[in-house]
Design a protein around this ligand. Structure first.
Ligand code: PGA
Length: 244
């Protein structure tokens, strides 16, 4: 994390795992477990039908509502995930569509959380950085430097999502640093320094602190562990490590 230049973000990705009536009790339990002092922005991305419940319940706990995907045609929440590998894999979402969706969100004043990440095969073939660079360049195509300031990138190696297999802090740092280098080449040093890059893929209460201690990892996008208020609160607390 580098708080001087970037905000720290802990974002939960609930996928299809909750029901609307569970939102309020979840937030209440989360609130009880959150540290008094919070050093990050907290986001919970839910299926669209739960966004209103999250907006209502989250207000009190300073948890922002986010969505898990968006149509490129209109409307949304405060944050929205785009290009998640499960959408790319199961819904045929390509880089051009991810780019169109990110632009649609920016136009509506919604912060896109743009997911990128390699498969296990690509990692084994030593194609990680080439592939991730391509994804970043395509997703940001036509987005100017002022709009880039409102974008969040999430590096999520596909092999680490929902598998319990986390990238090591070194592996995650290496790619997040690489992503920042790509952005630096596209936009220059200042905009690159200001973009929050999250790590996602089996981040949990135990491994969060080490991942978040890396200089180019500015937060987390959390699936499984975001469903457990105590674990999610512990990840938020792990961002306190270098708070002034
Ligand atoms: P995970 O999911 O934390 O369960 O690995 C991350 C994600 O899908 O964004």
């Amino acid at each position: 994390m580098n708080r001087k230049y970037r905000k720290t973000v802990i974002a939960g990705n609930w996928k299809m795992n909750q029901v609307a009536s569970g939102v309020k009790p979840f937030i209440e339990e989360l609130k009880e477990n959150l540290p008094k002092q919070k050093s990050c922005d907290i986001v919970l991305c839910t299926p669209a039908v739960m966004v209103p419940a999250m907006i209502k319940a989250g207000k009190d706990a300073k948890v922002a509502a986010g969505a898990q995907d968006v149509s490129k045609h209109a409307k949304g929440a405060k944050y929205c995930i785009v290009g998640h590998s499960e959408r790319r894999q199961y819904h045929g979402e390509d880089d051009m569509l991810v780019n169109a969706k990110a632009k649609a969100l920016l136009e509506k004043g919604i912060i896109p959380i743009i997911c990128v990440g390699e498969s296990l095969e690509q990692r084994e073939m030593d194609l990680t950085m080439e592939y991730v660079s391509y994804q970043v360049k395509a997703a940001l195509y036509g987005i100017d430097a002022s709009a880039l300031r409102r974008c969040i990138i999430a590096y999520e190696p596909i092999w680490a999502i929902g598998t319990g297999k986390t990238a090591t802090a070194e592996q995650a740092q290496e790619v997040c640093e690489g992503i920042r280098t790509v952005i630096r080449k596209m936009y220059g040093a200042r905009p690159a320094r200001a973009v929050s890059i999250l790590y996602g893929g089996s981040m949990n209460a135990k491994n969060a602190a080490e991942l978040l201690a890396q200089p180019d990892i500015d937060g987390g996008l959390i699936g499984g562990a975001s469903l457990k208020p105590v674990d999610f609160a512990a990840i938020v607390a792990a961002t306190n490590q270098d708070a002034e």
